[in-house]
Ligand binder design. Structure first.
Ligand code: SF4
Length: 683
């Protein structure tokens, strides 16, 4: 059978995949040697995609309540309920909760309906939980959400600093590339992570800093570089705006003490950084999923801007995304805090978007970010919500509150390919969606590279594309402009919008693709917007063309208490993905870690009276769950770690989602999943 070139369903590395069908619901999977993200490599999750494409647990038909419905009935019902809610309570009474699993085309149509036609920016996404702080930091520093690096930079760097990233488990193909670079050219590796992860074990230097002390570490490093005359005077004079008083905000505290690391280790890091101008600082959820995530990211970016380590081969601050299309969602305005095509909410930008869409209205400003959206639902302000390709009843922080919100919402629509999830229990209408291997569209990976996901399996039952579902509801609500013939026609419109009155001020401009034919779209090869190094020879997209240093100050969390003396961290296992609705189908992937463990340092375990292999109850002010104990010196004392994957569908205990609170970064709105007050005891 014909081999199809597509893109992996999981992380933001965006690996190219060769899928060769071997039957109606089976395929052999291999890495695409021609794809520039992975050159043929795959990790365990990608390699076992073939085990996850069966029809187990699928949702085959639209459902209204417990009754199977026709698509016409279901779509009419959704359109009528949304229209009636808007008529009675206004446009801000409805919401859309999207997902980094959606394709760019799906995201585009949903965003167009909400912001341009319904007239509310209440569309947010689970990407808010993943990398919203990096987005906010990019906008503050560069004027636009632009990742300034490419994977090629990893090959050219002399020093790679991984911050809050268990790359070996969470972005394994990037990790393989780093390992190759280290072997080939002796690239130094520093890992900054409270846990001694598999990634940290392989580092030249591991700094197990105290949770959320990253701002102190990086502003301390900037102060050190300044005091040792290692800043880039030319860059600071010509390319960077330094706000008045900025240098006075740099700390002179005892950084080693604040970060709880040995002074010699801190000095070793500072020396490595000073001696290796080709530095990539690659960061992910340990930076972003924090109540100070935006400041952390800006502390890293400040350092690179002030030392001239950006826009050059092997140098730059590099945020890598967790999901396959978090970046595509950012491009089309899938976040409540941006408009489409990287535009903000100024009068000129809103007017530009409305004229492009020829829409009857336009949202007046930002909408509810994810946690605020569910909070508004719980308070009765959101009266109808459409959830697509995500499982917030498990994945939201304070998941119990998310369930209260869903139970309290008068009308809940869920589009999913799975028949039963924790979230679907709250749905009045269930719409069957296409899964990986059935979908057709584009995704953008962490280095801004757009790739095709292609269908090689027939749609099961009556499952239809997400973009089609939204376009049908929009049309049934009486809106013109949603008569898309296929995914290619959606892509063309999005591409045109990126160039519409852009004037070259925004880097996101793929308007050259606006006239792509259906055949050319079908044959599209991966391409990267913004080029390999967007800021190598371009001005920054700010009014004066300069990037900004952003004053940031370490602000310790003040929620420690006698009742909750421990700190709880959450994260991923190597072979599982999110809430396991897909990876849970693969027997091989389940062999790596069969159950959720709470990891705890031996000294802490002794004090708590818990032992390796026993059960422990882990509790925060928001909830509690039971985990099997793994005693390990890889944890800091008084820190706990639990995995995020298990849900009511898969486990009676191990429910990490019940534990973190709703506290979030004040700028990005991203929740702080990795540093919650907690306690534990034997069960
Ligand atoms: Fe898929 Fe990420 Fe693994 Fe690549 S590294 S195969 S994109 S999960």
């Amino acid at each position: 059978m014909t081999t199809v070139k597509t893109t992996c369903a999981y992380c933001g590395v965006g690996c190219g995949v060769l899928a060769t069908p071997t039957g109606a619901r089976s395929a052999t999977i291999a890495g695409d040697p021609e794809h520039p993200a992975n050159f043929g490599k795959l990790c365990s999750k990608g390699a076992h995609l073939g085990e996850t494409i069966g029809l187990e647990d699928r949702l085959f038909h639209p459902m209204i309540g417990t009754r199977q419905a026709s698509w016409d009935d279901a779509l009419d019902h959704v359109a009528q309920r949304f229209a009636a809610t808007i008529a009675e309570y206004g446009p801000d009474s409805v919401a859309f909760y999207a997902s980094g699993q959606m394709l760019t085309e799906d995201y585009y149509v949903a965003n167009k309906l909400m912001k341009g036609f319904i007239g509310t920016a209440n569309i947010d996404t689970n990407s808010r939980l993943c990398m919203a702080s990096a987005v906010a930091a990019h906008v503050r520093a560069f004027g636009e959400d632009v990742v300034p690096c490419s994977y090629d930079d990893l090959d050219a760097a002399d020093l790679i600093v991984l911050v809050g990233s268990n790359t070996a488990w969470c972005h394994p193909v990037i990790w393989q590339r780093i390992e190759v670079a280290r072997a080939a050219r002796g690239t130094k590796l520093v890992v900054i992570d409270p846990r001694r992860t598999e990634t940290a074990e392989r580092a030249d230097l591991h700094l197990a800093i105290a949770p959320d002390s990253d701002v102190a570490l990086f502003t301390g490093l900037l102060a050190h570089m300044r005091s040792s005359w290692r800043l880039d005077g030319t860059a600071l004079a010509e390319r960077v705006h330094v706000p008045d008083g900025f240098w006075k905000t740099l700390p002179n505290p005892d950084v080693a003490r604040t970060c709880d690391i040995a002074p010699a280790d801190l000095q070793a890091f500072y020396d490595l950084f000073a001696d290796h101008p080709r530095t990539i600082t690659l960061f992910s959820q340990g930076v972003n999923q924090s109540t100070s995530g935006t400041d952390k990211a800006n502390a890293i970016i400040n350092l690179h801007l002030a030392t001239g380590r950006i826009g050059k081969p092997g140098a730059g601050p590099f945020s890598i995304t967790g999901q396959p299309n978090a970046m595509g969602g950012r491009e089309v305005g899938g976040l409540a805090s941006t408009l489409a095509a990287h535009m903000g909410f100024s009068d000129a930008e809103r007017d530009r978007a409305q004229r492009f869409w020829q829409s009857p209205t336009i949202c007046s400003g930002p909408g509810f970010k994810a946690v605020d959206m569910f909070d508004a639902m719980a308070k009765g302000k959101i009266k109808a919500v459409w959830i697509m390709a995500t499982n917030p009843a498990v994945s939201m922080p304070d998941a119990r509150m998310a369930r209260v919100a869903l139970a309290n919402c008068p009308f809940v629509v869920v589009s999913d390919c799975i028949a039963e999830t924790d979230t679907l229990r709250f749905a009045q209408v269930k719409l069957p969606a296409l899964g990986w291997g059935e979908k057709d569209g584009t995704v953008t990976n962490s280095e801004r590279r757009v790739s095709r996901q292609r269908a090689f399996l027939a749609a099961p039952g009556e499952a239809r594309a997400d973009w089609w579902q939204v376009a049908e509801v929009a049309t049934r609500m009486g809106f013109a402009g949603f008569d898309f013939a296929n995914a290619a026609s959606v892509f063309r419109e999005f591409a045109a919008q990126t160039g519409f009155e852009n004037g070259g001020t925004r880097l996101l401009d793929i308007s050259g693709q606006a006239t792509i034919s259906d055949a050319a779209y079908a044959a599209m090869t991966p391409f990267q917007w913004g080029g390999t190094s967007p800021f190598a020879d371009r001005a920054f997209p700010t009014p004066d063309g300069k990037a900004r240093l952003v004053p940031v100050v370490h602000a310790p969390r003040d929620d420690a208490s006698r009742a909750y003396p421990l700190r709880l961290n959450t994260g991923r296992y190597r072979d599982q993905w999110h809430t396991m609705t897909r990876t849970g189908l693969s027997p091989k992937l389940s062999q790596h870690r069969r159950e959720p463990l709470v990891e705890v340092h031996p000294d802490t375990a002794r004090r708590l009276g818990i032992t390796d292999g026993a059960l422990a109850r882990v509790e925060t002010p928001n909830g509690a769950s039971i985990f099997r104990v793994a005693v390990t010196p890889d944890q800091r004392r008084r820190d706990l770690f639990v995995p995020i994957h298990w849900s009511d569908q898969t486990s009676a205990g191990g429910r990490a989602g019940l534990l973190p609170g709703p506290d979030r970064d004040p700028i990005s709105g991203q929740p702080g999943f990795k540093n919650s007050p907690a306690r534990a005891g034997s069960y």
